[in-house]
Design a protein around this ligand. Structure first.
Ligand code: G3I
Length: 395
């Protein structure tokens, strides 16, 4: 009791002293809670990004989407509008409007833009896939079409895009047949494996300054480094591309995780980032989200089912971010949508239904994952977390 009273008197005396010299409220530095993600990430030169749904961005009835996209993030990626089917729905007729809107939004808000995506087997325009399947587009012509697409798009946005996902999701998964990892999909099938090196060379010729990335999912951690280890496959592919002088500058790890899986720890994830950066490559997390199964209990609002999912989701966001912070060549950490109100997850995974994958809930209330990301950005620094090392584009 005596100790308590003495301490209390000390506090009163201190308050008295402080009263003598009034402290201006605005001199107090912002608390961590008051800071934005982008302000905290800037301390590490790290770009913190989000995929942007441009329909939501222009929806006047949804002003919070725009406000948070602008205030919390220092980088944006087009969720869909820079994909081939959006940019060139009809052969030879480009629709730049929505992509330009996003670029303008980024300029106004002093944000970087990650370009997504130049070469991918999904969301290709029907004129292209049909032309190939009915034989009106032959192999040589297809190569010319791809070169022309890359050249046109990269030149169009030259100087406005900091990182391009040049080739996306080219590697198969262990659950495909055969289970040994191989190049899969439309481009490998019709052009053979050389299309990857070609794509990087064409992109470099069109923009000497943008960083050129290979981007894929399920490459967060090494497995047994055998034929079915996708991370190892992508690592050896990147090593070969570097060794043969292909102008690849980085590898993007998408980071689509689910709380129902085993997942990884930050040291396992860091091992992979370090392996890539030891090749001279930049790294990035490009599409982070951590979804959960929406059981009957979750949907009924049962906190016993909801809480462990929110916590596991937050913990996985943190694992990827800590690894990124610890790798000085990890230049950006991008989430694939920031609110459950606009997320690809519920539309994609319906049996069983999945959701709750992002940093904010459907009413824009920040979730535990948001606070954990914030805390990681705020409470990290030397000796293990140091400012980013900038990457020079490889010519
Ligand atoms: O635009 C049409 C609209 O006109 C139509 O009414 C509606 C009906 O379904 O579909 C709309 O297109 C949808 C499009 O998103 C835009 O909302 C497509 O059906 C839907 O398939 C498409 O999904 C996108 C998905 O890529 C397709 O591959 C997701 O939004 C997008 O988040 C997702 O992003 C990918 C990355 O690019 C690469 N890595 C994986 C990631 C998640 O799948």
């Amino acid at each position: 009791m005596k100790r308590f009273l003495t301490a209390g008197a000390g506090v009163l005396m201190l308050a008295g002293t402080l009263n003598a010299v009034p402290v201006q409220a605005e001199e107090r530095p912002p608390t961590v809670a008051e800071q934005s993600l982008r302000a905290l990430a800037a301390r590490h030169d790290l770009a913190i990004g989000t995929a942007v749904d441009t329909d939501a961005l222009r929806d006047a009835a949804d002003p919070q989407y725009r406000a948070l996209a602008a205030s919390q993030f220092s980088s944006v990626t087009a969720e869909n509008v820079m994909k081939w089917e959006s940019l060139e729905p009809t052969r030879g007729t480009y629709n730049w409007g929505p992509a330009d809107e996003l670029i303008e939004f980024a300029r106004k808000n002093r944000q970087q833009v990650r370009g997504h995506v130049l070469v991918w087997q999904n969301q290709l325009p029907a004129w292209l896939t049909q032309g190939v399947s009915d034989g009106t587009i032959g192999k040589e012509q297809l190569r010319d079409i791809l070169r022309n697409h890359i050249t046109t798009v990269v030149k169009r946005f030259k100087g406005k895009i900091s990182q391009w996902d040049v080739v996306n999701e080219a590697a198969s998964d262990p659950w495909d047949t055969p289970s040994s990892i191989h190049l899969k999909g439309f481009w490998a099938q019709h052009l053979g494996p050389g299309y990857i090196a070609d794509a990087f060379r064409w992109a470099r010729a069109a923009d000497p300054d943008a960083l050129l990335f290979y981007n894929d999912y399920n490459i967060e951690a090494f497995g047994d480094r055998g034929p079915s280890d996708k991370t190892w496959y992508v690592y050896t592919m990147a090593r070969r591309l570097r060794a043969s002088g292909v102008p690849i500058d980085g590898v993007g790890s998408q980071g689509h995780l689910g709380t129902q899986y085993g997942n990884y720890d930050a040291l396992q994830v860091l091992e992979v980032l370090d392996a890539f950066s030891d090749l001279g490559l930049a790294t990035a997390f490009t599409e982070v989200d951590v979804r959960s199964q929406m059981t009957d209990g979750v949907r009924a609002g049962d906190s016993n089912e909801i809480n462990p999912r929110l916590q596991a989701s937050a913990s996985n966001y943190s694992v990827l971010l800590q690894a990124c912070l610890a790798n000085r060549r990890c230049l950006s950490y991008t989430v694939w949508g920031f609110t459950d109100r606009h997320s690809w997850v519920p539309g994609w995974f319906s049996d069983p239904p999945e959701g709750m994958a992002t940093l904010y809930d459907e009413s824009y209330r920040p979730k535990r994952a948001y606070n954990v990301v914030k805390a990681d950005l705020a409470f990290s620094g030397p000796p293990y977390v140091l400012p980013r090392v900038s990457q020079k584009p490889r010519r």
